[in-house]
Write a protein that binds this ligand. Structure first.
Ligand SMILES: Cc1cc2nc3c(=O)[nH]c(=O)nc-3n(C[C@H](O)[C@H](O)[C@H](O)COP(=O)(O)OP(=O)(O)OC[C@H]3O[C@@H](n4cnc5c(N)ncnc54)[C@H](O)[C@@H]3O)c2cc1C
Length: 359
């Protein structure tokens, strides 16, 4: 007997599986490729705070970072490199902006030259982390979910698996159910694992327009790029090595450079940058019941019609490894103890905006 089926074994699906399994739920994870093969494979995965003026998003990000760092330290200390991160402004305008935001930096920091050193920041090894998170749950790799049906309080997946709860964590791949109100955009990118003669001396993470990691036993991470529009990422990653390595050389001397491997992927963002976490609205059923929502009439969110026991955890943007454990805890609290999820993450908020445009 399975309680929850999770579709997708990236950091969103793996973190959610871990949180639910810790709450004694019997979890099955279905992954169309292998664990950590989507966007999560491409991640650095740097864990750093945001320097900006106060906002709900900054509060969420820095709360998620504090939670996730403590979570990784508690459960996966061997995979966490919490050795600090040195953030450099992009240019003089950015430097002025950062200076003006100094009173609002709510994470331990030190000013070093033009930049900011965050001693508690760092990075985590993505592939090993996703595997470890899934160690105690039932996992089926190379299994694509193409059909989901809800009938009699049970979710049926591909007419083969069934469970009360279904969680979609499919990253930048469209969900196997239409959810038109959850609009998002994608930004592609690539990064490299590299070796070079001087790498053993490079003992801190640096971030400007790209990041260069500290020395990780055998290599250093360089990346990532941010590419809008549909371009062949694999080709770009193979051909554009000079561009990224030249940027990396601003931070550290690099001779006899060898690229061991490149990784490509897409970051999926919502339009307000908050991830999607919670129960999606059944758009068609809600608009049929309350057609006047289209004209802006207010219907309380609790009266919307929701997909029963269906949850989504996606659109983690460029901070998946910061957000996922934090969101996963909220999802587990919601499913097991009916504790409300942070409002900004809820699919219902997006539905309201989307519905007004459906005239
Ligand atoms: C170049 C790059 C650099 C990045 N750097 C960082 C960083 O430094 N720090 C950071 O925190 N974040 C970083 N990110 C962002 C981070 O990688 C993402 O936010 C995160 O990986 C998203 O995780 P996910 O689980 O939502 O998606 P994914 O990792 O894409 O996982 C979704 C999984 O679902 C599976 N799937 C999809 N559809 C189906 C289906 N129908 N049936 C079965 N399985 C399915 C896919 O195969 C995939 O494995 C970076 C991203 C990129 C692209």
């Amino acid at each position: 007997m399975i309680d929850v089926i999770i579709v997708g074994a990236g950091i969103a699906g793996a973190s959610t599986a871990f949180a639910l399994q810790k709450r004694d739920m019997r979890v099955l994870v279905l992954e169309k490729d292998s664990v950590c093969s989507g966007s999560s494979a491409a991640a650095g995965a740097f864990l750093s705070p945001k320097i900006s003026k106060p906002s709900a998003y900054k509060n969420y990000l820095n709360s998620a970072l504090a939670y996730s760092l403590a979570f990784y330290e508690r459960y996966f200390p061997d995979l966490l490199y919490k050795k600090g991160l040195y953030k450099l402004p992009l240019d003089s305008e950015d430097s002025q902006r950062c200076n003006s935001y100094e009173p609002y930096i709510d994470f331990p920091w030190e000013k070093r030259g033009e930049g900011y050193f965050f001693p508690e920041a760092g990075l985590i090894l993505p592939d090993k982390l996703c595997r470890e998170l899934l160690k105690e749950v039932t996992l089926k790799e190379f299994y694509e979910v193409s059909k989901i049906v809800h009938d009699g309080n049970v979710w049926y997946v591909n007419d083969t698996f069934s469970a009360k709860y279904l969680i979609l964590a499919t990253g930048d791949t469209p969900e196997p159910i239409s959810l038109p109100s959850l609009k998002s955009k994608k930004i592609g990118g690539y990064r490299y694992d590299v070796t070079f003669r001087e790498m053993r001396e490079h003992r801190h993470n640096t971030h400007k327009d790209i990041s260069v990691s500290l020395f990780l036993k055998e290599h250093i991470i360089v990346g990532a790029t941010h590419i809008r529009g549909d371009i062949a990422l694999e080709k770009a990653a193979e051909q554009d090595t000079f561009h990224l390595l030249e940027k990396a050389k601003r931070f550290t001397p690099m001779t006899s450079v060898k690229i061991l491997q490149h990784y490509t992927g897409y970051r999926r963002f919502s339009f307000d940058y908050f991830p999607f976490a919670g129960v999606p609205v059944d758009e068609r059923a809600t608009l049929t019941k309350y057609p006047y929502i289209r004209t802006g009439a207010k219907v309380p969110e609790k009266q919307y019609i929701y997909h029963p026991n269906l949850y989504i955890h996606t659109a983690l943007g460029s901070r998946g490894f910061v957000f996922a454990p934090y969101n996963a805890k909220m999802l587990a609290d919601a499913i097991c103890d009916a504790i409300p999820i942070q409002r900004e993450l809820l699919p219902a908020l997006r539905f309201r905006k989307w519905a007004r445009k459906q005239r």
